[in-house]
Write a protein that binds this ligand. Structure first.
Ligand code: HEC
Ligand code: HEC
Length: 211
C-alpha cells in the first residue's frame, strides 16, 4: 500500500471511530442517576422552572441535548458572563467528566415527558408572529417539531419566555458568536429578520401555540 492510500484508509477509519464515539448509545439507567443534580433546576420530569430560568428539556432530542452540553462545557455557549443564565448552566456542564456521561444524560432526558408549558406572554400579535414564522419553518418544521437532518431542536412545549430569550441572545450576540458554533451561526442571520423586540415576542407567542 503506498503512502497516499494508507493515509486515505487511516482517515476513513478515524472518521468512523469518531462518528461511533459521538453517536455511542447512551445508558438510560446511568443517565437517570446523573440527572438528580439536573432536576434541582429543570424539575424531576424536565419540565423547567421559570423562577430558576431553566428551560423545559423533557423529551429533548439526544443529538441536540448532547451538542448543547458540549457547547456549554467547551465554552461555545455562554462563553462569557454577558450570558447571565447560560453561565449557570455552563458551571454545571463543567462537572460532567466525559462525553459518555453526556450521552447517558441525553438518553434519559429523551425518555422524559411533561405537559407543555403554559403560555406567559400576554397581548402579543399571534398573526404577526405566524407571518414571521414562515421563514423559521424551513428549518424548524411547520409544526415546530424540529428536523434532525437540519440539526434543529423542537420548539414545541418549550416555555415562551425561554424561546423569546434565546432569540434575543442570538440577536444580541450573546449566543452563536463562537467561530466553532456552526449551528448557532445559521440561526443568527434568521433572527436578523425580526426587526424589533415586539417582533421577537410575537414569534415566541406564536411558537407557543404549536402543538
Ligand atoms: C443551577 C441550575 C441548573 C442546573 C443544576 C442545571 N441546569 Fe441546565 N440550564 C439551566 C439554565 C438557567 C439554562 C438556560 C440557559 C439559557 O437561558 O441560555 C439551562 C439550559 C440547559 C440546556 C439547554 C436547553 C436548550 O433548549 O438549549 C440543557 C440541555 C440543559 N440545561 C441540561 C442540563 C443537564 C443535563 C443538567 C444536569 C447535569 C442541568 N441542565 C443542570 C440551569 C441549570
Ligand atoms: C437555516 C435554518 C434555521 C432557520 C431558518 C431558523 N433556525 Fe432556529 N435554529 C437552527 C439551528 C441549527 C438551531 C440549533 C443551534 C444549536 O444547536 O446551538 C436553532 C435554534 C433555535 C432556537 C434555540 C432553541 C433552544 O432550545 O435553545 C430557537 C428559539 C430558534 N432556533 C428559533 C428560530 C426562529 C424563531 C426562527 C425564525 C425567525 C428560526 N429559528 C429560524 C436553524 C434555523
Amino acid at each position: 500500500m503506498d503512502k497516499l492510500k494508507f493515509s486515505t484508509v487511516f482517515m476513513i477509519i478515524s472518521f468512523f471511530a469518531t462518528a461511533q464515539y459521538v453517536y455511542a448509545q447512551g445508558d438510560v439507567a446511568q443517565g437517570e442517576a446523573e440527572f438528580v443534580v439536573c432536576a434541582v433546576c429543570h424539575g424531576v420530569n424536565g419540565e423547567g422552572n421559570a423562577t430558576l430560568n431553566s428551560p423545559r428539556i423533557s423529551g429533548m432530542e439526544p443529538y441536540y441535548t448532547v451538542r448543547q452540553l458540549q457547547y456549554f462545557r467547551d465554552g461555545l455557549r455562554a462563553p462569557d458572563a454577558s450570558d447571565i443564565y447560560g453561565t449557570q448552566m455552563r458551571a454545571i456542564s463543567m462537572t460532567l467528566e466525559d462525553d459518555q456521561v453526556l450521552q447517558d444524560l441525553a438518553a434519559y432526558i429523551g425518555t422524559l415527558d411533561s405537559p407543555p408549558s403554559a403560555a406567559t406572554i400576554v397581548g402579543a400579535d399571534i398573526n404577526a408572529g405566524k407571518a414571521s414564522y414562515a421563514l423559521c419553518q424551513a428549518c424548524h418544521a411547520p409544526d415546530g417539531t424540529g428536523n434532525e437532518a437540519l440539526n434543529t431542536p423542537s420548539l414545541v412545549g418549550q416555555h415562551d419566555w425561554y424561546v423569546e430569550r434565546q432569540i434575543m441572545n442570538y440577536r444580541d450576540s450573546i449566543r452563536g458568536t463562537s467561530p466553532q458554533d456552526i449551528f448557532g451561526a445559521q440561526m443568527r442571520p434568521m433572527v436578523g429578520t425580526l426587526a424589533s423586540d415586539e417582533a421577537v415576542t410575537n414569534v415566541a407567542a406564536y411558537i407557543k401555540t404549536l402543538q
